[in-house]
Design a protein around this ligand. Sequence first.
Ligand code: BGC
Length: 404
Amino acid sequence: MENTQTSFPKGFLWGTATAAHQVEGNNTNNDWWEWEHRVDTPCKEPSGDCCDQYHLYPNDIKLIADLGLQAYRFSIEWSRVEPAEGEFSLAALQHYKRVIASCWENGVQPIVTLHHFTTPLWVAAQGGWENPRTADLFARYCAKVAQFMGSDVARWCTINEPNMVSTIGYLIGQFPPGKRSKSSRDTVNAVFCDAHIKSRDAVKSISSAPIGLTLAMAEFQVDEQSENPDEIAMAYAKRQSGFDGLETCFLEAAIGDDFFGVQTYTRERFNAQGRMKPDPDSRLTIMGYEYYPQALEATIRRAYTETRGVPIMVTENGIAVVNDQERVEYVSEALHCVLRCIADGIPVEGYMYWSLLDNFEWAYGYGPTFGLVGVNRETQERHIKPSARWLGNVARANALLPLA
Ligand code: BGC
């Protein structure tokens, strides 16, 4: 039966997200800065001054509040806080403390991610995430941040999408360090799982705020077109190996967490040969993947089941499009997915749109526009898109509103 409920539960948290390297500017001391300046990488352009959020955060946080959103998920840049091994920068810690204070002053809950794709150069030089010691170094940095921020953080995310760092960085070679090795990817997955558990336990011994992991999850579908049962079986096996490489260890590592961050953008389809390209006539986003907001329902359900009941927070969901009306349509469909999951008893605690700003989309540079708010990078002026106002009104109503 169709779910006609359009209200969200009381206390459902509405927000938006960014990551340090994608908005701050001049994060010169991490592996991404080095990667984006190399000629032998797929990067379109360097991040440069970015959206200069390092200086403009008071303006951006006020904007979030004015829109009617209640939470801001952003990340702390490890390479700023610990620019060399064991050397912690008080100035950087104080900066992030001010960002957190600015959130509270504006009535916005700060959701802090401790690692979002970027790794300090000195860690990368020691083998990065292939080196098991990195898990301990990361936990020490997290403990330092937790001690400094005290009880000011509303929620912690340990690691953002470790499966993307391991797969794109160590198996496909498109993110730093540009490796193409299955065994490296498997090692990195294990080190990240260890890092999640160690950092979670370290932070939990200091801070009472809920803490969880976030994972990139697409809906994995099997293409059942073939008449040949062996081919169908093969497609299921390919899908399973996708799950195993991208999700299994992380969903297990998250059992017992306070919440689990689902981050979904599209679906992936599998046939006997493996991952399929989108159909030529399908609707694509600027990222080149399929417009498929329905994926969020399957990923929330899977995350909840596989973590054996950890409450869910949608820590990222969004779309890169030029036509802002398509963003409203996409988010509206995704929110229907959330409502269906909630109606079935799954505790989904909030929704963070990716992203607040049009920002640095990693190897793609500044081309893909995910933002609720556009940025003129010559003047650093922000311009609010209609989708931002629509989402703010949804947040105020705590209910899905008709499309703008
Ligand atoms: C990442 C973001 C990224 C977004 C859109 C997620 O994989 O966490 O950093 O910008 O997807 O591609």
